[in-house]
Write a protein that binds this ligand. Sequence first.
Ligand code: NAD
Length: 508
Amino acid sequence: MFSHLPVSGILKLPCRMSSSLASALPASLLRSAAYIGGSWVRSSDSATFPVVDPATGAELVQVTDCGPKECRETVKAAAGAFQVWKEVPSKERSNLLRKWYDLMIQNKEDLARIITAENGKPTKEALGEIIYAAGFLEWFSEEARRIYGDVVSVPMKDRRALVLKQPVGVATVITPWNFPSAMITRKVGAALAAGCTVIVKPAEDTPLSALALAELAHQAGIPAGVYNVVPCSREKAPAVGEVLCTDPSVAKISFTGSTATGKILLRHAADSVKRVSMELGGHAPFIVFDSANVDKAVAGALASKFRNSGQTCVCTNRFLVQKGIHDVFVKKLAALIEKDLHVGNGFEEGVTQGPLINERAVEKVEHHVRDAVSQGARVETGGKRSTYGKNFYEPTLLSNVTTKMLCSREETFGPLAPVIKFDTEEEAMAIANSANVGLAGYFYSQDPAQIWRVAERLEVGMVGVNEGLLSSVECPFGGVKQSGLGREGSKYGIDEYLEVKYVCFGGL
Ligand code: NAD
């Protein structure tokens, strides 16, 4: 069936590495072939694409470039495996997920190195991502055993009604580069716990984390065809996406990425009416009211804005600061940025700001800064590319920003903190809620009535009150408006992979 390997067990194809960094990466987890039906597979035309270290531009590895043919074969493998996996007792599925979690923890340093190499984020942050990512396997290994149905009371004496929960089927999982590991486990943990099988198409920039997870899934004993990975280049993503999102054997699509791509996949899903979960773009407001504790607000602002060099979907994208506290907030935030943030290669000690993912991402930040400054914004700190390298941008704070500027209207996805001054709570709420997306929102206030009011009125899926970091395995992650559909993690996340079936027992 595939162009290579009827092997028993796993065939570890050698990686084609071409830089000294790649050789420093853990060979035990570095894979460059697709993982399909429990085997490491090259594409039938032997096509490959490069994975590049965003900090240096050096090529790390050439990875198999899968196309529609490989995807159709993967769907078959996943559909076959589903017939077996759905019957596996939940306790056994739970044990296998737990083993996968244990292996992630045992290999956490190596997995973190892979993230830093392909994504650029500092190793400390990469390690944090691995702990977070592994946490979803642990959490859903526990949830696997708590998939309950219902017995429903009905008015007819001779009937009883049951509600069963059953796995949806084969799930296509398409993920972005900014959390190369966690965006996979957040979906796959829930899917496997529910009894679904998955086909992961990782982002072209960061396929190595997905493949390292495949190696560990294999070691954990996850059966062949249950977790599959089909890496592909950006050029092939539309064709691959079309097969994976239209094949009749695929029952569910779970996507994390931009709103624009999410809309394409929703159109694909429509023809065969597939279940969908969408975690899309954000434009998070961070509101600082006059009553806020300014030092706490400044610390929260730094954490919320500059993690992953501003490249997370829940990163603050615009600061709204009330006029009484505005000047002191701006002054303190500029000072903290200059003191605590250090640009450099993520492998270096003390670096907090790695590169952006590629030059296009840097150009977007430059464009937003240029546009704002040309309309009167003031650069408080930063404001240009870092001398460290072409994919690096200085952490930047702009004041005197207006709602007309691009950075107030679009997701920047980079280390730019624009501050808009406001007068009243009503004005702040109107600006915050004017976006057509609504993922995360943050605010700082010490007025209890205001806290309730604003938390309830913010049109977002997640609210941080006097807190700049809110993601946690135990809590529901997701957005409203064009930020997406469905929730991941928490007790709600597994529902995305379960069907509800009503069974009516008559003639009793
Ligand atoms: P992207 O939409 O360009 O890419 C995401 C994935 O979709 C990649 O795997 C890519 O190859 C794939 N893709 C692109 N075009 C496709 C197509 N036509 N068919 C099938 N697959 C296709 O997004 P990105 O630039 O990688 O990620 C940044 C965006 O993701 C930001 O907008 C960010 O807010 C969002 N994001 C959201 C969340 C969330 O949980 N809501 C988390 C992380 C990132």
